[in-house]
Ligand binder design. Structure first.
Ligand code: NDP
Length: 280
């Protein structure tokens, strides 16, 4: 029996306005794939049924966002290394009858960063300790970062990420309190901003970082994708720093997801343009 997916129902946002949908469907078109990527709103109480539905309908996989990133785990058969360490899943991949949970948040970030610098052996200052910072910290460690200082407003969350990095990876991590304007220590190679400060619509907000402590030899990266050129990145560029933006992180996560689902490489330039066309 064939089931036809009705194009009504509980879609989270009109598909044309959803950045991930726009980006992934643009990649599929450019790859000549007659595939679809749909966004559905799933109530937490319905998560198990939704995963069973994805299995039953033979989906190649799916992404899941907050609040499902942790809750989805008991419904899956296996976790990839990053998802296991991070404790959250944002990408699910079908392998035969099995559903494997992966986490591409941090891997997308590292892939985008690698276009300007290699994390191997580097000293990193990481602002934030939420889901994005946790994923980025773990992947930076797995990519060989030697030392990671986590700077976060609430100490408990910051220390939790530090403990995770020290317990589960080879990087050495420590916590630094964020009280007033934070001075980046000399000798830092990479500065990563992974809090939500500066996210649209608060585009004039700036993380409280002493810009005088940022030197041109540092690489500065921002996880905020909307706007792509945050005030922090603009200030860093004005100082002559190399930078990596959050749009690159989003695009590279999509490239990794498409590779998992289709086995093929998508064109990041096509995907970035699809996001820019949405006037993010
Ligand atoms: P969370 O809510 O899990 O964490 C938010 C983080 O921001 C916490 O560390 C929080 O600190 C900090 N924070 C919030 N407000 C302030 C403030 N006024 N001053 C200092 N710190 C503050 O969010 P996520 O980690 O999921 O997301 C963080 C950002 O990363 C978002 O902007 C999101 O858009 C972006 N992101 C980008 C992706 C991409 O592909 N480009 C992918 C995923 C996320 P505290 O612990 O003290 O509350």
């Amino acid at each position: 029996m064939n089931f036809l997916l009705p194009l009504t129902g509980s879609f989270a946002k009109p598909a044309a306005e959803n950045p991930t949908v726009a980006m992934i469907e643009a990649a599929y078109r450019a790859m000549g794939l007659d595939w679809r990527y749909l966004n559905c709103q799933v109530d937490p109480a319905d998560l198990g049924d939704a995963v069973r539905g994805a299995r039953a309908m033979g989906w190649r996989g799916f992404n899941c966002s907050i609040p499902h990133k942790v809750a989805v785990i008991p419904h899956l058969d296996e976790l990839g290394t990053s998802a296991r360490i991070i404790g959250a899943v944002n990408t699910v991949v079908r392998d035969g009858d099995r559903l494997i949970g992966e986490n591409t948040d941090g891997r997308g970030f590292v892939k985008a960063l690698q276009q300007v610098c290699d994390p191997m052996g580097k000293t990193v200052v990481l602002f934030g300790a939420g889901g994005a910072a946790r994923a980025v910290g773990v992947e930076m460690a797995l990519a060989g970062a030697a030392r990671i200082t986590v700077v976060n407003r609430s100490p408990d969350r910051g220390q939790t990420v530090v403990d995770l990095l020290n317990d589960q990876t080879d990087a050495r991590a420590d916590y630094a309190p964020w009280q007033g304007s934070f001075r980046i220590p000399q000798g830092t190679d990479i500065v990563i901003h992974a809090t939500s400060v500066g996210l649209y619509p608060d585009v004039d907000a700036m993380p409280d970082i002493d810009l005088d402590s940022i030197t041109p030899d540092m690489v500065v990266a921002d996880g905020i994708h909307n706007p792509p050129l945050t005030r922090l990145l603009k200030a860093a560029q004005d100082k002559g720093c190399k930078t990596a933006d959050g749009l690159g992180m989003l695009v590279q996560q999509g490239v990794i997801g498409i590779r998992y689902w289709t086995g093929k490489d998508a064109d990041p330039a096509v995907m970035r343009q699809a996001l820019l066309d949405l006037e993010l």
